[in-house]
Design a binder for this molecule. Structure first.
Ligand code: UDP
Length: 411
């Protein structure tokens, strides 16, 4: 059932000198105006995937700024998470819609969670489709409510959208990563676009010396100083891990000895991950240069940090993508990225900044090869990417915009 998630303590002062000063000032101003407000964030998993990543860093910072913020995750049965993954896929345009049994699992689980929802909040922010019906079932009390959608819902499967849409109609506002993601006939008057962001001081992004990073990769089994390309992603068809292997095999014909790491986290709300993991390990079984890791086999935040720091190229070959935090995470470490031209990725990598955008296996292979062969270009793209992330995609900017929205809703 709905469970609180505990997080650490953190101070905005630590971001001085890292985040542009006007953003820190702007955030403090917004927080002051909301001082003491009670805010609840609800999502479906405390680990694995972008939303938990964002909340783990956001909640302590907002508390430091004088807001009473809680984070709770929905409890659910395996049937529920299978249904929500089907809903997630359908909302991103997959042909499959929700069966009657899946709709029932979704609503049953929402009903089981709803009694645990506390009535005392001023604001409730519900993330993604999994908990989206919670407020319709429970009633929202006095709270102002926001649906924060992190996925690409520009062309949802019509039946899946018909199922979800009435629940969304109960929110005061909806937030999307890009205006292109707003679904047709969204039944919410107040719509904002706010891009996600990374926390430069989390264990995943904090500065690590090359020596420490290479000790970490040695420990996990990567052969350094050999050359390395890596994709860090949930094992999900939209992230196209099989396409990454295909592109890598083309590049390896030109760069013998090149290693590939696929680092994937198993999120609580993503049952598809295990199937894909099994298929990937089968494909990589007889190839000692392909490494497959998960958060359950030792690749956690600091290891991801080391991969993103020391890989020659980071790949993110997404076909559909909400934002793709992994792109900003890698660019923040000055590592160039080859990424699918999908969803929020191009805004992190405008023309000539951060890396190269691709639309096929062949383009992906050509782009990897180009960066592996031209270290000056790779360095220049990585550096420009880091500055772009500093200006646009660090956490205090995101919090400032979110608080602006809450203020505009009144209390
Ligand atoms: N991630 C991780 N370990 C992994 C794979 C992913 O910690 O093995 C993290 C990754 O660093 C990023 C988040 O999960 O912070 C994924 O967010 P993104 O927006 O890229 O994709 P999502 O999973 O939300 O679709």
């Amino acid at each position: 059932m709905l469970q609180p998630v505990s997080v650490g303590r953190w101070s905005l002062d630590s971001y001085e000198g890292i985040v542009p000063a006007p953003i820190l000032e702007g955030l403090r101003k917004q927080a002051k105006a909301l001082s003491g407000a009670r805010i609840l964030h609800v999502n479906a998993t405390p680990y694995g995937g972008g939303v938990s990543e964002l909340l783990r860093s956001s909640v302590p910072l907002l508390r430091d700024l004088g807001l009473a913020v809680d984070w709770q995750v929905l409890g659910g049965s395996p049937e529920f998470f299978r249904a929500t993954k089907a809903l997630h896929n359908a909302l991103q345009g997959a042909p499959h819609s929700l069966s009657q049994a899946e709709q029932k699992a979704y609503l049953d689980c929402t009903r089981e969670n709803a009694p645990r929802l506390d009535d005392g909040y001023d604001f409730i922010v519900v993330h993604d489709p999994q908990p989206a019906a919670l407020l319709s079932v429970h009633g929202r009390g006095q709270a102002r409510t926001v649906w924060r959608c992190h996925i690409d819902t520009s062309e949802p499967n019509p039946e899946a959208w018909r199922f979800l849409r009435p629940f969304i109609a109960d929110f005061d506002a909806a937030v999307f990563t890009m205006s292109e993601f707003v679904p047709p006939d969204l039944p919410v008057a107040r719509v904002r676009t706010i891009a996600p962001a990374i926390d430069p001081l989390s264990p995943k992004n904090i500065d690590l010396s090359d020596r420490t990073a290479s000790q970490i990769l040695d420990w996990i089994g990567v052969d350094l100083p050999g050359r390395l390309v890596t994709q860090v992603s949930r094992f999900d068809p939209w992230k196209d891990p099989f396409g990454v292997i295909a592109a890598y095999r083309l590049v390896r014909e030109e760069v013998p000895g090149l290693q590939l790491a696929l680092v994937g986290s198993m999120a609580l709300d993503d049952p598809e991950g295990w199937d894909i993991y099994r298929q990937l390990t089968e494909r990589a079984e007889r190839d000692p240069l392909i490494h497959i890791y998960t958060n359950l086999t030792g690749a956690s935040n600091v290891e991801v940090n080391a991969f993103q720091r020391l890989s020659d190229v980071i790949v993110q070959k997404s076909i559909r993508e909400g934002f793709g935090l992994v792109v900003s995470e890698s660019l923040w470490k000055g590592t160039p990225v080859v990424a699918g031209r999908a969803g929020g990725i191009p805004m992190q990598m405008p023309e000539g900044v951060g890396g190269l955008l691709v639309e096929s296996v062949e383009e992906c292979a050509a782009a990897m090869l180009k960066l592996l062969n031209d270290s000056a270009l790779a360095e220049q793209l990585g550096e420009s990417g880091r500055e772009h992330v500093r200006e646009h995609f660090l956490l205090p900017r995101l919090l400032m915009e979110e608080l602006q929205l809450l203020r505009s809703l009144g209390s």
